[in-house]
Write a protein that binds this ligand. Sequence first.
Ligand code: GLY
Ligand code: MN
Ligand code: MN
Length: 440
Amino acid sequence: MQQSISLAEYQQRRQRILDHVSSHADHGVAVIAAASLQTRSRDTEYPFRQNSDFFYLTGFNEPDALLILAPGRAQQVILCCQPSDPAAEVWHGRRLGIDRAVAHLGVDVAHSIEDAEEVLLDVLNQADVVFSSHEDSSLLEQLHDVASALRQAPKQGYVAPSSWQDLSPFMADMRIIKSAAELDLMRAAAAISVAAHKRAMRFTKPGCYEFQVAAELHHEFARQGAHHPAYGSICGGGANACILHYTDNADELHDGDLILIDAGAEYQGYAGDITRTFPVNGRFSEAQAALYNVVLKAQLAALAAVTPGSSMPQATQAMALALTEGLVELGLLAGTPAQLVAEGAYKAFMIHGLGHWLGLDVHDVGTYSAAGKNRPFEPGMVLTIEPGVYIPHGMAGVDKKWHGLGIRIEDDVIVTATGHENMTAAAPKTVAEIETWMQG
Ligand code: GLY
Ligand code: MN
Ligand code: MN
């Protein structure tokens, strides 16, 4: 098991929010809410997944909690959480409880979540600015209810907050640069995801089903301490690979087809996100290998462009040129590559973007451009590079020999001081590596 994030690091993160609030308001307060359980069927729930911002600031993995950061108060870091309740815990599992929360999470004071309204009335009273995620509509509603109550009781000396600010952009800017401890956890998520892909490759053969391949992935995730996939695993045989978010995973796999697997483990909150495409029978046909190598060249061109100061659009440009050259060589596009890139002709075959930030969320927070400028890559950023080519059956103007092929190759990379580190390089990727691994 990898070491978790230290208490000191959580405290430093909360201090950055406290500093942000006090630099923008005389009496500001920030409120961040935990997730709640979601009903799956009658009285059973989906597996609990913590709100990523809340988890980033606390490491606390229980539902129904609030983190309140109120700079300038004697107790600046306030937690409301579920109280200990032996009867409830026998049914639903252990709770940290109020008494243990202070020492365990390093907060200044803890209250029961049942007293949240009272606590919020106190901290929001006379506050000039309230910072919260404006993506969290149920929290906003709760805060506005508290503000209404304050507005209705001026005789008691209550003053409602006058201004509301979205905390999300600031938190996104914090989260986009990963600390050394976060990078270690992301390397662990990547390594588990690599092991799962290798296991699935060895398992796959004609006649087995997509859901059986998915079961192999999930077995390996769980076996290595990743209790959940980071997103719905995609195991698409044949033309199912052309459905970008195919998660039915219901079909039989056929001799002569490729299978596209897009799956990653979530480890201690952090996502892995790998795609590999390989032949069901262990051997690429000539046409499959030719198209596969075009996607691979494009992926390698994009990876080479992941260096500090470069950007997602720059990496996309490098990918687009390599992909277009390859598609021209195979006769899938006609014209000069430079002109075709300018026209975006490759987008007929690749309708999604090159990649995305990766972290606590698989499509992690953070902008790709700001004030009209591309956001430059900086050391500590983590992103995916995942070009693809998709040729569904019946695609007009395309030779039938390519129909039904969907190929994507995806790796997870850290931007380093001098270039990048590919955390998922150990998942077989060249035609030779894949065929050799599948024969083992
Ligand atoms: N697995 C979703 C993605 O690759 O973006
Ligand atoms: Mn993916
Ligand atoms: Mn991805």
